[in-house]
Design a binder for this molecule. Structure first.
Ligand code: DCP
Length: 696
């Protein structure tokens, strides 16, 4: 459920910037001959000419909609130019769009705190810049105001018949009798207009913007006048804006909470909420959500711009609509391998360039069963601690899938028709890496370890690259009824149009809804996988399996290394890269194991043979996979998730697996004299480990 944040001063100046028909603009920059022509971007290799995922404004004017497929678009507008999304590993390759988004972010971040909300959306806190402008060059002192600012739409500003709209806007911007907040807003209008011009000049992309005192209102405003325009929400116009805004269009109200407001309280527009007291709303929805509702009805939102130029997660997904549904573990494994390979590369880049590590791997799937009675059932999302290294990620993702499948199948008996298996089909798969954080400073050896000992990133390089790299691919989706965890995923366009033919404006909006939201790629439109799924993620731990394997560490290590080397070398990677990956992969599991409490009571039996094409084995295989499900484990799993362990429980042989420089550090740390200095037995967190390293 949404939670009310402390309301900060509404003297803030917040902008929301949203690129116009973004993928189309990126493609038009690549192919300048398409500029000004009706153009749309389609997902590759799809049925009926592919799904349209981005439609240029010239094409929109000719009746083309994102919900169409290529063939339909051609029928409606024969002159339309359809550009295919680049492809890699048999799926959409969104890198060029991500990189283009990063270019824009690097420009916008010049003027204030910048939060990248999706692949083409950014929030900016321009309060400081506006204060500076107001004190140094207030708008009322300006003789000439840039045309772009004069084209702004100021909500509530009346234009009398025949009056010059730009003159009216100029008058509004230069009011000397406005209060401080409104003067700051006027500065924000000038700053944003200038930033948008810079973006255009430096990237050739146009964008639209909303400017107000908080994120919520700015987000609403940026969509009101597109393309290449900006809309301002002065305090005096908030009520007017919200009174006719359909409740489900409001961020976090697109799902169950919005439906409940409609059915329980008869609230259809945000403004309808005004008739309820805060107490009444709290009675219905609890204290926090009640207050949050009371606030949004008045346009009040304390949500801060987070100051985040990099994505909160990385993800990779693909859908398999209709006859392309995956029906064997073998095919699922194949695609999970592709998705994990992409994810692993992006994580490695993030690590190399930004010194960030992800800690959670999550698998989502969309599935169906042949049994009608079970058609409503959702495939449960599953998470586990993330192990770096492509092969490990692939293995873990498959285990998560199997855990999810077992839960999904439940008591359902796989039906057989002759030799044909009709039990289940997978129509969407995605893996994402979350809980990304900076590597604590002072952990140079850890860095070397992760990076295959080959180099360290200098701070200046990192600072520079921060703007160049990221997972932009952000699409957002509200977790309508939860403010719990935010997981972002790489949007996979195809599914949007394919799965979501009825995709409404509301849904599009939800896909993109920022902060408390999911960068959602592939299921941004998968109605069956929405909202609730994400809050139902079940953390899984593979510590059990690691513990099970503990006595055979050396043996396992050598197997893993050779297997992974083979795997890597089978790909067109450079030798150096192969070496680096092998080195990286080699140490990771033991490091994770090292930092986790070992619980011998939990073990995961050997992985179900993913390559098995005999689906009749699935159930029994899954049932043998005892430790990846079951309520009895959940507590233990959560305990392990805390990343704590007891010094005395560390098996010294584990240290042999660590890279040499870490071995030394850890041994020094474990030396009796050091430990005597510590007060008796106690648990040590990973943070302690890192800070100790610094001291040693
Ligand atoms: N996208 C996608 N699948 C969707 C929606 C969008 O792959 N279902 C991609 C293509 C879009 C980009 O994300 O260009 C940004 O999405 P927006 O919803 O912001 O739409 P556009 O930027 O294309 O258009 P607008 O100008 O209306 O914002």
């Amino acid at each position: 459920m949404p939670v009310a944040k402390p309301v900060s001063s509404d003297g803030r100046v917040i902008a929301h910037i949203d690129m116009d028909c973004f993928y189309v603009q990126v493609e038009q920059r690549k192919h300048p001959e398409l500029r000004g022509l009706p153009t749309a971007v389609v997902q590759y290799n799809s049925w009926k000419g592919g799904a349209l995922i981005a439609v240029g404004y010239e094409a929109r004017a000719l009746g083309i909609k994102r919900s169409m497929r290529g063939e339909e678009a051609k029928a409606v507008c024969p002159q339309i130019h359809l550009v295919q999304v680049p492809v890699a590993r048999g799926k959409a390759d969104l890198n060029s769009y991500r990189e283009a988004g990063s270019e824009v972010v690097s420009i916008l971040a010049r003027m204030g705190r910048c939060e990248r909300a999706s692949i083409d959306e950014v929030y900016l806190d321009l309060t400081d810049a506006a204060e500076t402008m107001l004190s140094e060059t207030p708008p009322e002192s300006l003789e000439i105001i840039d045309d772009e600012a004069l084209k702004s739409h100021i909500l509530g500003l009346k234009h009398e018949d025949g009056s010059d709209m730009k003159e009216n806007v100029k008058g509004w911007l230069r009011r000397s009798d406005a209060d401080h907040r409104e003067k700051l807003l006027a500065c924000g209008v000038l700053i944003v207009a200038d930033l948008r011009m810079q973006v255009l000049q430096e990237t050739q992309f146009t964008c639209s913007a909303g400017i107000s005192h908080n994120k919520m209102l700015s987000k609403l405003a940026s969509a009101m006048n597109k393309p290449a325009q900006q809309t301002v929400v002065p305090c005096s116009s908030v009520q007017q804006l919200l009174e006719s805004l359909p409740i489900k269009k409001m961020k976090q109200l697109g799902g169950k909470l919005g439906s409940s407001l409609q059915s329980e309280l008869g609230v259809n527009f945000v403004g309808d909420l005004l008739q309820f007291s805060e107490q009444k709303l709290q009675e219905y929805y609890g204290i926090n959500t009640g207050t949050w509702l009371w606030n949004i009805a008045r346009g009040i939102s304390g949500e801060e711009v987070e100051g985040r130029l990099l994505t909160k997660s990385h993800g990779s997904g693909k859908t398999f609509p209709g006859p392309r549904a995956l029906k064997t573990l073998h095919s699922v494994q194949h695609w999970l391998n592709q998705l994990c390979e992409e994810l692993s590369e992006r994580l490695q880049t993030d690590l190399d360039q930004n010194r960030r590590i992800a800690r959670t791997l999550t698998l989502h799937a969309r599935a169906y069963m042949s049994s009608d009675s079970d058609s409503h059932k959702k495939f449960p999302s599953k998470s586990c601690p993330l192990r770096y290294g492509t092969t490990k990620m692939q293995e873990d993702a498959m285990n998560l899938f199997q855990a999810g499948l077992r839960e999904y199948l439940g008591p359902f008996e796989v039906k057989m028709q002759g030799n044909k298996k009709i039990g289940w089909g997978i129509t969407g798969l995605s893996v994402s890496a979350g809980k990304i954080s900076d590597i604590p400073s002072g952990t140079s050896s850890i860095m070397k370890y992760f990076q295959g000992h080959d180099r360290l990133c200098s701070p200046s390089k990192l600072a520079k690259e921060k703007f160049e790299l990221e997972d932009p691919c952000s699409f957002s989706e509200n977790e309508s009824n939860s403010t719990l965890d935010i997981i972002e995923h790489t949007k996979l366009p195809e599914e949007e149009a394919t799965v979501n033919n009825e995709s409404s404006d509301l849904e599009s909006m939800e896909h993109k809804t920022s902060t408390n939201s999911l960068e959602v790629p592939f299921y941004s439109s998968m109605s069956s996988l929405k909202k609730a799924d994400f809050s139902q993620e079940t953390p899984l731990s593979f510590s059990g399996r690691e513990s099970h394997l503990e006595p055979k560490l050396t043996e396992l290590q050598s197997k893993v290394s050779s297997k992974e080397s083979t795997f890597e070398s089978g790909r067109p990677a450079s030798e150096q890269q192969v070496k680096r990956n092998a080195l990286r992969d080699k140490g990771t599991p033991s490091l994770l194991r090292f930092f986790r409490r070992v619980d011998p009571s939990c073990s995961i039996q050997s992985q179900v043979l993913a390559q098995s094409s005999d689906d009749t084995n699935i159930r029994s295989s899954l049932e043998n996979n005892n430790s990846i499900h079951g309520d009895s484990l959940s507590e233990d799993v959560q305990r392990r998730e805390m990343w704590r362990y007891n010094v005395d429980e560390i098996d010294p042989s584990v240290i042999d697996e660590l890279p040499s420089e870490i071995q030394e550090e850890v041994r020094a740390w474990l030396r009796p004299q050091k430990r005597q200095a510590n007060s008796a037995r106690r648990s040590v967190g990973i943070a302690d480990y890192f800070s100790r390293n610094k001291k040693l």
